[in-house]
Design a binder for this molecule. Sequence first.
Ligand code: DX5
Ligand code: ZN
Length: 234
Amino acid sequence: MTRSFRIAPSILSADFARLGEEVRAVEAAGADLIHFDVMDNHYVPNLTIGPMVCEAIRPHVKLPIDVHLMVRPVDRLAIDFAKAGASLITFHPEASDHVDRTLQLIRDNGCKAGLVLNPATPLHHLDHVMDRLDLVLLMSVNPGYGGQSFIEATLAKLRSVRARIDAHVAAGGNPIWLEVDGGIKVDNIARVAEAGADTFVAGSAVFGAPDPDRGYRGVMGRLREALASAGLPG
Ligand code: DX5
Ligand code: ZN
């Protein structure tokens, strides 16, 4: 099956003092989405950026902004991010008391909606909401920090979610992106694609190690070459 691949640089690893310049640079380097990590120091042990920063970078790029909410509660901030220019909003089911309502709320505010599953979060959270999902985000590290190592058990989980999505689409359901987040590098992205992902968050791989000659364009090119080597056209 032909799948199109999307690469979503996470600005968690960008230079926050030059954020406008950084997002313009990854857009010019061929990014498909800007991944925006929101941490609240309650749901995860770190504190990052909120809707005002989303609003500030919005005019700098045409790319969709992919907001990953690691916050509790979810609903109020989801609305604020929709107003601040987000295109996609994902949240962790453990962080919302009413997952179905939160998914509807995100779509009602004009954004694509998704659930994020931590490495130890079971897949049954997807059972009754497939029709409400535009994407599923599988964490391949425990959320909270950039630069962690990819958890290999994610590959089996990806295969299971890919099978669920394919069955859902075969039964006439809406397409659902399968995104993976954490520890994605040039040397593992092909295996992650083979396991079923179509959208790849890459924080430290893009912002942490720009190509000495070609900058972010060089890193993005190597990620795409690795994807092409997986033999899955994208
Ligand atoms: C972790 C964040 C990730 C993170 C990925 O909680 O959700 O998006 O920035 O960073 P890398 O690619 O460095 O693992
Ligand atoms: Zn993220």
